[in-house]
Design a protein around this ligand. Structure first.
Ligand code: LLP
Length: 407
């Protein structure tokens, strides 16, 4: 269903009435189905899914992800802690930070989490501190330009991420000098990657590098599978990626001399389509040229349209039939704040509830308190029942850490 009014039999409009607006709603079954789709597409290899926590890091979602059979990839100590709270074992957690203080690396090691090393400087510090006692993974920058836009392309030569593949000799020298047990190699080239061949291309970089590391346990192919944001838009053909990369991986393992685990780190693929952001129309406003819908939210809650010019489908939950009109849906933030320009919606009245699709990934996690606004509540629909998984913020939450000047 393209514009669902109900999820697992639960009315979205009713959730907005019950839990208030604006509201993030997630379809737990959809998340499970996405995990299963990956398991099926990569059935020919020993797959380990490490969900990219940054996409949606709410505790209950991480619990669901664990129950569905996936581990997690994390980028901060906070994400590691919430993952542990959700019942993920340290051994199932990967830590892939970018340029953090060594203190954070020590903290992650003490928690028993695998560290993904992304600079020669860190590799050296790691070797000096731990020698041969702590296994680690290396993040390789494969020099591949891929991804939906430059902001989310992270595997090219000019990206800050990973250790350049051209620096393999320096990597090998440090690994040899400190006897660092390198058990994994990792690449992640970007987000919204449609082309299946990109995963093969970065895989080949991993395969060639891997021949220099005899102690490997896994290769990590990163995330970045693209989902559809609008009707008819293409998504990454997961079956195709599974087939071509899976076959190449098996050939590689034969060359390498033993089977390795095959890791991936999807974020969007698991949660983007499972999320709906519900917002209420405060104002219907006709200017001389446009018909605006001013809603009770803004870029503080869903920044993707303004930050990446991302397209998110918007539809009216309060009026699902009859004539349509063209509207520009705008937020309440005091700067240009557009969710969607010139969209066709069934006629909208003030008070109507709109649904914004693909809000599961990088929606709530990128939300802020800009303009001193409160972040919304989150609801998970799971086994046919809606449950609150995060309370709406209050003004007290917002002010809690502020210290007034003495009077
Ligand atoms: N692995 C690593 C190391 C990553 O840096 C990321 C995302 C992923 C996996 C998951 O990528 P995904 O499967 O979700 O595409 N805020 C942006 C996306 C930033 C992605 C950052 N890294 C957006 O809303 O489009």
């Amino acid at each position: 269903m393209l514009r669902p009014t109900h999820i697992q039999g639960v009315s979205l409009k009713q959730l907005s009435d019950q839990f208030g607006s604006p509201l993030y709603v997630y379809d737990g079954e959809k998340i499970e189905a996405q995990v299963q789709a990956l398991q099926q597409a990569f059935a020919s290899v020993p797959l380990r899914i490490k969900y990219a926590t940054k996409a949606l890091s709410t505790l209950a979602i991480l619990q669901l992800i664990r129950e569905a059979g996936a581990g997690i990839d994390t980028v901060s100590i906070g994400e590691i802690h919430v993952g542990l709270m959700a019942g993920h074992e340290a051994k199932d957690i990967m830590y892939t930070p970018s340029g953090v203080a060594f203190k954070e690396i020590e903290e992650a090691v003490a928690l028993g989490v695998m560290v993904n090393i992304d600079s020669l400087s860190l590799l050296e510090k790691f070797g000096k501190k731990y020698g041969s006692s702590v296994p680690a993974c290396l993040r390789i920058n494969p020099h591949i330009l891929a991804g939906g836009n430059l902001k989310i392309s992270v595997g090219h030569k000019e990206s800050k991420f990973g250790i350049s593949i051209a620096q393999l000799p320096q990597i090998l020298a440090l690994v040899e000098q400190y006897q660092i047990p390198i058990v994994g190699l990792h690449v992640h080239t970007g987000s919204d990657i449609y082309d299946a061949e990109v995963f093969l291309e970065s895989g080949k970089v991993l395969f060639d590098a891997a021949m220099h590391f005899p102690k490997l346990r896994f290769l990590d192919f990163g995330g970045g599978f693209k989902v559809a944001y609008r009707e008819g838009e293409l998504a990454t053909d997961i079956q195709k990626v599974g087939k071509i990369v899976g076959t190449a991986f098996q050939e590689f393992c034969a060359r390498y001399g033993r089977p390795l685990e095959f890791w991936i780190e999807p974020g969007k693929y698991l949660v983007s389509e499972a999320g709906y952001f519900l917002t209420t129309v405060n104002v219907v406003k006709e200017s001389s040229s446009l018909h605006f819908l001013g809603v009770d939210s803004g870029l503080n809650h869903l920044i993707r349209p303004m930050m990446y010019e991302a397209y998110h489908e918007i539809y009216n939950l309060s009026n699902t039939a009859g004539p349509k009109a063209t509207y520009t849906v705008v937020g309440y933030i005091c700067e240009t704040d557009t969710f969607g320009a010139q969209r066709e919606l069934h006629e909208v009245k003030e008070g109507d509830v709109l649904a914004i699709k693909n809000a599961g990934a990088y929606g709530f996690t990128m939300a802020s308190n800009y303009n001193m606004r409160l972040r919304p509540a989150e609801v998970l629909i799971w086994k046919g029942k809606a449950q609150l998984i995060r309370k709406r913020e209050t003004f007290e939450d917002l002010i809690a850490n502020q210290i007034p000047l003495p009077s």
